[in-house]
Design a binder for this molecule. Sequence first.
Ligand SMILES: NC(=O)c1ccc[n+]([C@@H]2O[C@H](COP(=O)([O-])OP(=O)(O)OC[C@H]3O[C@@H](n4cnc5c(N)ncnc54)[C@H](O)[C@@H]3O)[C@@H](O)[C@H]2O)c1
Ligand SMILES: [Fe+2]
Length: 388
Amino acid sequence: MSRFTLPRDIYFGEGSLATLKTLKGKKAVVVVGGYSMQKFGFLDKVVNYLKEADIQVKLIEGVEPDPSVETVMNGASIMRDFQPDWIVSIGGGSPIDAAKAMWIFYEYPDFTFEQAIIPFGLPELRQKAKFIAIPSTSGTGTEVTAFSVITDYKKKIKYPIADFNITPDIAIVDPELAQTMPQNLIANTGLDALTHAIEAYVAVFNSAFSDPLALQAIVMVKEYLLDSYNGDKKARNEMHSAQCLAGMAFSNALLGITHSMAHKTGAVFSIAHGCANAIYLPYVIQYNSKICSHRYATIANKLDLSGQTDDELVDSLVKWIQAMDKKMDIPLTLKDYGISEEDFKSNIEYISHNAVLDACTGSNPREIDDKTMEKLFTCIYYGEKVTF
Ligand SMILES: NC(=O)c1ccc[n+]([C@@H]2O[C@H](COP(=O)([O-])OP(=O)(O)OC[C@H]3O[C@@H](n4cnc5c(N)ncnc54)[C@H](O)[C@@H]3O)[C@@H](O)[C@H]2O)c1
Ligand SMILES: [Fe+2]
């Protein structure tokens, strides 16, 4: 038996934020980052809409990018004092993911982080509160996904929490929030969305339910990401929808080793999630294509890329992604990202071992062990074609 889970409601399009006015409830915590949503006035809008709905509001502000276990536990403690029946999270993937994890420890104070990172092992949520996610970046898709990514800074490791319990109840995908993103954030998050869609399309749990969402997201990224990067408002609106479609696909089909590697290098090399994915994805496609070249060829055909055979089409797909990277100032190798050889060599065993153990490795179409992961990282560092 397979399962396909999405939020109960997805409100989308300009002005959809106003749906908060119609919410039924008594108390809401609003979880937000430290800066952009306040600066651009979206936090005030959210608070005012909730007040119009006669809901008492408490803010949990200042969630940092790539939120820590400590931030999650502090937020859960504030929630336990306030006892909200709604958790409203607004911002990029970071505050929304932090809020999802806070939700677990709000409802189950004795549950531990170590228990929470066991895939699909969470207790039944919604005993105390339901969850609304309002994304302000066009990338993670977290407003519709069963994932939350939390960083243990002592170990310098990002841990994905995966469970359909944390799929939000309501997603509000209002593109007005994404209009204020700076160029580098558009590049990183847009390429994160592309990686979600491509990894979901070849992941072991891909299905007739997830495939159309993944393919449509990929087509939309090709059509709109560069224009969005160059400031086109309509293209930014479209990218906000595209990343959500990719989120729906990967939440159910799961991801692959591009994400395993990004999770395990983010904190070690201080590399933004989407940027890491953008660098790694072409090499992972070369590695995986030994067993699923036809799926990648289907993507390339859908994008009207050149090539007759599957191998030629895979090659075109790799080239297209790297050309997009270049146009958005994303380096093509870890060396060009600025990691010194010494730093790379002293970490390669650690990151390779941890990447193999990451929760996303199990759904990658091709298996991998520590030594092969080291070889793959080495290709990515120097920009060598993956031939094994
Ligand atoms: N849960 C999932 O399914 C999932 C999927 C992929 C990635 N992630 C995680 O999400 C995190 C990354 O999230 P992200 O890429 O959305 O970035 P982010 O939330 O970390 O935000 C990055 C920066 O962008 C700013 N920002 C956010 N929205 C803005 C806007 N509209 N205008 C101007 N500035 C804005 C923030 O203030 C912050 O400084 C990582 O921790 C990653 O691992 C989660
Ligand atoms: Fe991602």
